[in-house]
Design a protein around this ligand. Sequence first.
Ligand code: FAD
Length: 434
Amino acid sequence: MSFQDCHQEHLLIYVFSRDTPYKQASEVEDVFTSYRKRVEPLRDAPRRSLPAPKSLPPLAPSIPSQAAPFTIPTTLEDTITALKKPLTASSDLKNPPTYPSNADSAHPFLGGSTPGHDRIKHLISSGSMSSYKETRNGMLGQDFSTKLSAWLALGCITARQIHWYLVDFEDGKTDLGKVVAGHGKGENKSTYAVRFELLWRDYMRLCARKFGPRLFRVEGFRNREYDWKHDGDKLKRWLEGTTGAGLIDASQRELFLTGYTSNRARQNVASYLSKHLDIDWRFGAEWYECCLIDYDVNSNWGNWQYNSGQGNDPRGESRVFNFVKQANDYDPDAAYIKTWVQEVRGVDTPEQAWQCWKIPDERRKEFGLEGNVMAEQPLKKIEYRVGSGKKRESGGGGGHFNPSSRRGSERGGRGRGSSRKDEALKKLLPFRQA
Ligand SMILES: Cc1cc2nc3c(=O)[nH]c(=O)nc-3n(C[C@H](O)[C@H](O)[C@H](O)COP(=O)(O)OP(=O)(O)OC[C@H]3O[C@@H](n4cnc5c(N)ncnc54)[C@H](O)[C@@H]3O)c2cc1C
């Protein structure tokens, strides 16, 4: 169907499809960068957002009953129970993660349009929107990234509304963020970076439209055959967050317990399941679908394809994340891992939290890790020396090592190091452990 004919084109995306150079989704390039270049400059691309309607159509007088075995809950408690059912009733998850002490959700989400708008205003007035480029790969704390995904996914706010708040800030049209550097000074690196990410969301949607049911097929958009392994035990440990790879386990536990995990963690978790364990990426996508508050069919399945080498990553299966190097780069003192994997809070070095098989035998007992699979049968070991940037691998999986992310390689400058970035992170994470 062409964009011109499609009257259902909804208003929640960033660039209205009919305003792009494409007539239909099949014309959209398979590489994000090519697509982006054709719709840039992003600041000029979106239409104005529509005003809020003055009134809403009346509610339906009644809700038709569901055919068995489905029922519609009638109380809040029953609704919450029903929503949690995929997690609580899973026979695969015999030992689900339990909430660790002193761990705060990075995403204390409150639904609705007003809290969504309040969040945008907070990001602008606190300066977080203006330091986004430096902090966006963080993993702990609320303001390292926007956390707007759930409101976007649920339609409480739109990408265009975010854009026009940013324009007002950049043009100094309102007092919002007046005391923040950059107010009235035009687009900056961080406001551009937010628009850039919002365009990824559009792109994932267009790809889903282009490829239709291939979004869910194991061969993916690339139509790539691969001999995936079927290993229920490994899958279960990945689900429960007991693989022995600290970054992966922390993220899986955080996801299960809070419904959110950062983009950096998601990329690592997806790469780990599909490229280190060689397990069918669709198990991961389904699990995320169960757990994510910001679940969005296009972004979830499209990103899973991308990170498993089946989708629109031009480097496909050859891009494999080294989860130890990634932990070194993005969780150097293991503060994130220690937050969610309580068992490793007392370890002597970050390396021991990144991979707990590194904890010496005599110390394992103290942490209750004697005989524990994470320490004694990690699913994957990576020999990695801090500062070397090199690795030797043992165990299953494998593949070419490349620490950079897709956007790092597309835009350059990936990795830790800039003092501006370190300063910005310090502001956000005052509680970082030594
Ligand atoms: C395996 C995997 C699964 C994912 N599943 C989802 C999902 O179900 N729903 C979802 O909204 N995002 C998904 N993402 C994309 C991204 O991780 C989240 O949008 C982001 O972490 C949400 O946090 P934020 O709002 O703070 O993001 P920010 O970094 O602040 O980004 C701003 C906004 O840009 C959009 N965005 C950012 N990165 C991406 C991306 N890679 N793809 C599409 N849109 C992006 C989101 O709407 C986000 O709110 C997934 C990524 C991976 C690697």
